[in-house]
Design a protein around this ligand. Structure first.
Ligand code: TEU
Ligand code: CA
Length: 558
C-alpha cells in the first residue's frame, strides 16, 4: 500500500501543530506539558482540526527544545509520563483527531545511551551508530563544515581520538544511516509508536541523512567564524532518498501512515522527489528553500505562484502541506501581514490563503488567534540556539550590536515560541509560575477567551474556514487555476470539483484595491470574508486593505 492521497482521509486533514513547551503548563513550573494539552482538547475539537502534529515530547536534555532526543520511547520528564501521553492519545481517538508524532532521526542527543556507548571506544558494538572521523592530517577537524548552530560541525572525543559530526548543535550528533543495525533500531522504534496508535509522523530535517563519501570540504563561502555550511549542499542525495524509501517500505507504507517530510531544497522542483507517490517516500512535505525566513524574498505574488508551481508539478497525483507558520519561523501575521493597523484582516487573509490553496492546511498554535512576534530587548532573553549563533555571526561580521539585535527580533524562532495566550489573567493563563519564555504582553488584548466571546474574531474566522472545508470538497479535492488580476498584490484563484467552483480573491496589501470588472461574477455568493460587508457584495468596486473573500460561483460559471 502506498502513502498516497488516494487514502481519502488524508485529503480531509487539517493539522494543528502543538509546541508543547509553550502550549499550557499544568503544574506551575513554567513549562508547558502533556496534562496541559489535555486541558484544551475541547478547544481543539471546537476549532475543527482533525490532526495534531506534536513537536517532540521524548526524553531530552532540551539543548534544542526536544529536537535532541535521549530516549525515543520515553516521555520528557518536564512534559509528564507515558501514561499522560496515552491519555492524550485516547482523547484524540475519542474525538477523531489523528496524531502525527515528530520523528527526529537525523540525529539524537549526545546523552542518548547509543551515543554514550559509541563515544566510549572505537570498538564497542555501537561504534558506528554515529559519524566518526579521524582528525585532519595537520590536526583539527576533518574538514571545513559548519554547524547550523555555529562553529565547526565536528567535535573531538578524546576517548576515540576522533571527531563526531553534528549538523546542528554539538549535543545533537548525526546518526549514521549507513549502519544497518542503527537503521533497524530506528525502524523498530517507529513500529513501536505505530503500535501505540500514532497515525503518522512529521519527519525532521530528513534531507541530510547521507553524507558524501570522503567528506570533501563544502564549496560554499565561509561564514564569519570561518566554517562553511554544508547541509543544503548535501541535501537530497540519491542515498538519502534510498534511506527514506527504506522507511517507507519497512514502516510507513505497510502501516498506511501519513508522513510529512521536513525537507531542505536547493531548487523548489526537488520537492517532487520526496512526494511523488511513485517514489514511495512521503505523503507530503514541509519544504524550505534557504533562506527559511524569507524576510527579503517573499511577496504576495510568490506565495500564490509557489502553489501554482506545485500544482503544475504534480497536480492531483501528489499532495501538499500548506503552511505559513511553524516553530522555526516568525509569526505569520508579523512576517507576511500587518501586526499593527491591519492586524485582524491580514490575519484572516493569511488563514483564508492556507485553507483555500491545494493541500493540507497546517496551523501553528496561536495562529488562529493572530498571535504576533515579540521583540526582546536584549540578546540574553533569547533561548533559540539559532538566534544566538546568528547574533554572534553578525557581530563577527562587524554589524553594530543594536542592528544585530533588530535582525534577531525579526528572524528569531522564539517569536513563534512565546507561550499561548489563553486569557487575560497573569501570564495569559499559560502558567501560574514563571514562564520559561516571556509571554507577549499583548495577551491582554490578543487571547483565546476574548476571541471566543467575539463572533467576528480571528478564532471564529478559523473555525468557519475549517467548517467550509468540510462543506465544500472543492477546497480539499478541487483543481486549481490562478486567475489574472493585473496586479501583483491582488490575487485570485479558483478551485473546481465536480460541479462546484470556488473563487478566492485576496487584496494582499495595506492599500485599497480596485476590483477589476468581471473578476467576481454577478451572482457569486460570498461564503466568508476578512471584513463584514453589511450591505452585501453587489456593486463593490473597491477592496479594503487585506480584504479577502471566498466566493461560491453560480453553477453556470463553473
Ligand atoms: O529544522 C531543520 C532545519 O534545518 C532548521 O535548522 C531550519 O533551517 C531552521 O530552524 C530555520 O530557521 C528542524 C526543526 O524543525 C528545528 O526546530 C530543529 O532545531 C532542527 O530540525 C534540528 O532538529
Ligand atoms: Ca509544567
Amino acid at each position: 500500500m502506498q502513502t498516497s492521497p488516494q487514502q481519502d482521509w488524508i485529503q480531509d486533514l487539517v493539522v494543528y501543530q502543538i509546541y508543547p513547551r509553550s502550549f499550557q503548563d499544568s503544574n506551575g513550573d513554567g513549562i508547558g506539558d502533556l496534562p496541559g494539552v489535555l486541558q484544551h482538547m475541547d478547544y481543539l475539537e471546537q476549532l475543527g482540526i482533525n490532526a495534531i502534529w506534536l513537536s517532540p515530547v521524548y526524553r531530552s536534555p532540551n539543548d534544542d527544545n526536544g529536537y535532541d532526543i535521549s530516549g525515543y520511547q520515553e516521555i520528557m520528564e518536564e512534559f509528564g509520563t507515558m501514561a499522560d501521553w496515552e491519555a492524550f492519545r485516547d482523547q484524540c481517538k475519542a474525538r477523531g483527531i489523528r496524531i502525527l508524532m515528530d520523528l527526529v532521526v537525523n540525529h539524537s542527543s549526545d546523552e542518548h545511551p547509543w551515543f554514550e556507548e559509541s563515544r566510549s571506544s572505537r570498538d564497542n558494538p555501537k561504534s558506528d551508530y554515529y559519524i566518526w572521523h579521524d582528525p585532519a592530517p595537520a590536526g583539527g577537524p576533518p574538514n571545513n563544515w559548519a554547524s547550523v548552530f555555529g562553529g565547526s560541525a565536528w567535535e573531538f572525543e578524546p576517548r576515540r581520538g576522533q571527531y563526531y559530526l553534528h549538523i546542528f548543535s554539538k549535543k545533537q550528533p548525526d546518526l549514521n544511516w549507513d549502519c544497518p543495525a542503527l537503521r533497524e533500531e530506528i525502524f523498530s522504534m517507529m513500529d513501536w509508536w505505530a503500535e501505540k496508535g500514532v497515525d503518522g509522523f512529521r519527519v525532521d530535517a530528513i534531507s541530510y541523512l547521507e553524507k558524501p563519501q570522503g567528506f570533501p570540504d563544502s564549496p560554499l563561502p565561509p561564514q564569519p567564524d570561518g566554517y562553511s555550511l554544508f547541509n543544503n549542499w548535501v541535501a537530497g542525495s540519491e542515498g538519502t532518498h534510498r534511506y527514506i524509501r527504506m522507511m517507507h517500505d519497512r514502516v510507513f507504507g505497510p502501516r498506511g501512515l501519513v508522513t510529512v517530510g521536513e525537507v531542505s531544497l536547493n531548487r523548489p522542483e526537488e520537492v517532487v522527489d520526496y512526494v511523488d507517490p511513485d517514489r514511495r517516500e512521503f505523503t507530503m512535505a514541509i519544504p524550505f528553500v534557504p533562506p527559511v525566513v524569507e524576510i527579503a524574498t517573499w511577496s504576495p505574488e510568490k506565495l500564490v505562484a509557489d502553489a501554482a508551481r506545485d500544482w503544475a508539478l504534480l497536480g492531483e497525483r501528489g499532495w501538499w502541506a500548506r503552511f505559513l507558520s511553524n516553530h522555526d519561523k516568525p509569526r505569520q501575521v508579523s512576517l507576511y501581514g500587518s501586526d499593527k493597523a491591519f492586524w485582524e484582516p491580514s490575519a484572516k487573509l493569511l488563514g483564508l490563503l492556507i485553507h483555500t490553496l491545494p493541500g493540507t492546511p497546517f496551523l501553528y498554535q496561536g495562529e488562529e488567534l493572530g498571535m504576533t512576534n515579540l521583540a526582546f530587548s536584549s540578546i540574553d532573553q533569547y533561548n533559540d540556539p539559532e538566534a544566538k549563533n546568528r547574533y554572534r555571526q553578525l557581530l563577527l561580521e562587524g554589524t553594530d550590536p543594536a542592528e544585530a539585535l533588530r535582525t534577531i527580533q525579526l528572524e528569531s524562532r522564539d517569536n513563534a515560541r512565546t507561550p499561548m495566550q489563553w486569557d487575560d489573567s497573569p501570564n495569559a493563563g499559560f502558567t501560574t509560575g514563571t514562564p520559561w519564555l516571556q509571554v507577549n504582553p499583548n495577551y491582554t488584548r490578543i487571547n483565546a477567551a476574548a476571541q471566543e466571546r467575539d463572533p467576528a474574531s480571528i478564532l471564529h474566522f478559523y473555525r468557519a474556514l475549517i467548517a467550509l472545508r468540510k462543506e465544500h470538497p472543492a477546497l480539499s479535492r478541487g483543481d486549481f487555476a490562478q486567475v489574472a488580476t493585473g496586479s501583483p498584490t491582488l490575487l485570485a484563484y479558483r478551485r473546481t470539483h465536480a460541479r462546484e467552483t470556488l473563487l478566492t480573491v485576496l487584496n494582499f496589501s495595506s492599500q485599497p484595491a480596485e476590483l477589476p470588472q468581471g473578476l467576481v461574477p454577478q451572482d457569486a455568493q460570498a461564503l466568508l470574508s476578512s471584513y463584514n460587508r453589511e450591505g452585501g457584495w453587489q456593486g463593490t468596486s473597491t477592496l479594503r486593505p487585506y480584504e479577502a473573500t471566498l466566493f461560491l460561483l453560480p453553477a453556470a460559471q463553473a
